[in-house]
Write a protein that binds this ligand. Structure first.
Ligand code: PXL
Length: 283
């Protein structure tokens, strides 16, 4: 509610409550399951004012096994979006989520903007791979992300593959997921929410949170054994929204896990290989 009350009957109208403002720097995923679209829907559901600055456009190809068609946004256009956003909202914008960057050039552009913007919360969803893609398809991008963006992150949400890649450890069970979360914290200084998802066997979807002091295993019964599109994006976006509203990193992680579990339970059936998480699920 942003309208100040003009009702002369109410003696002490409360001042309008301005929503927290959050930014996602992410790619568009045309079918709306993942990427900036998932982030914006998550922001709206969690009551924050969402902004998306686009880095690339991904359109799956139904005629080629749903492979990714990837088009980067021009570097100057990415820089322009970030300039406009920080100029318009700089003083109140203290939480940003980083999703798919997709190329070393974009990583450089975004790292430069982040370094001067001084955001309090930088939540990194280290998108090294999308569902259905081959690991290691873009090693130069993975290396640039680790070198230039990871050190700027205050909160990181790697999935199973990304946690193995960032930590250099093999993850086969909850104990090795814990070891990876600790290692990634040591490398980055960030709070870490490492996701086992459906990749670890057992009845529960298990994630590990570690911030240098608290280690917590977050667990929820698995909803099927198949990954859902937008789960990773929505989790990191929910963490960002909660941090912007003043939650602690651990509280943000817990709320985000609940939000994503409800969204997976109420997923939207898709003709693509993966169903899509529904951010309205918790309602
Ligand atoms: O889920 C990872 C992801 C993030 N961002 C974009 C994507 C994908 C996976 O397809 O397309 C734009």
């Amino acid at each position: 509610m942003t309208l100040a009350s003009t009702d002369s009957q109410s003696p002490a109208a409360a001042p309008a409550l301005a929503p927290a403002v959050v930014l996602t720097i992410a790619g568009s995923e045309a079918t709306g399951g993942a990427g900036a679209q998932a982030d914006l829907k998550t922001f709206q559901e969690l009551g924050v004012f969402g902004i998306a600055n686009l880095t690339c456009i991904v359109s799956f190809n139904p005629n080629d096994n749903w492979n990714h068609r990837f088009v980067p946004v021009d570097q100057q256009v990415i820089a322009d979006q970030l300039e406009a956003t920080t100029a318009a909202y700089g003083p109140v914008l203290d939480a940003v989520k980083i999703g798919m960057l997709g190329s070393p050039a974009t990583i450089n552009t975004v790292a430069t903007a982040l370094s001067s913007a001084g955001f309090r919360h930088v939540v990194l969803d280290p998108v090294l791979i999308c569902k259905g893609q081959e690991p290691g398809h873009a090693l130069d991008t993975d290396l640039a992300l680790k070198a230039q963006i990871l050190p700027l992150a205050t909160f990181v949400t790697p999935n199973h593959f990304e946690a193995e890649s960032l930590s250099g450890l093999a993850i086969t069970d909850v104990e090795s997921l814990k070891a990876a979360a600790i290692r990634i914290h040591e490398l980055s200084g960030a709070a870490v929410l490492a996701k086992g998802g459906v990749r670890l066997s057992g009845p529960d979807a298990v994630d590990v949170y570690y911030d240098g002091e608290t280690l917590e295993v977050l667990s929820a019964p698995k909803v099927g054994e198949v990954a859902v599109s937008g789960a990773g994006c929505s989790l990191a976006a929910a963490v960002t929204a909660e941090l912007a509203k003043g939650a602690s990193p651990l509280e943000a992680a817990r709320t985000a896990k609940e939000f994503v579990t409800a969204g997976i339970r109420n997923r939207v059936a898709s003709g693509a290989p993966f169903d899509a998480l529904w951010q309205g699920g918790p309602r």
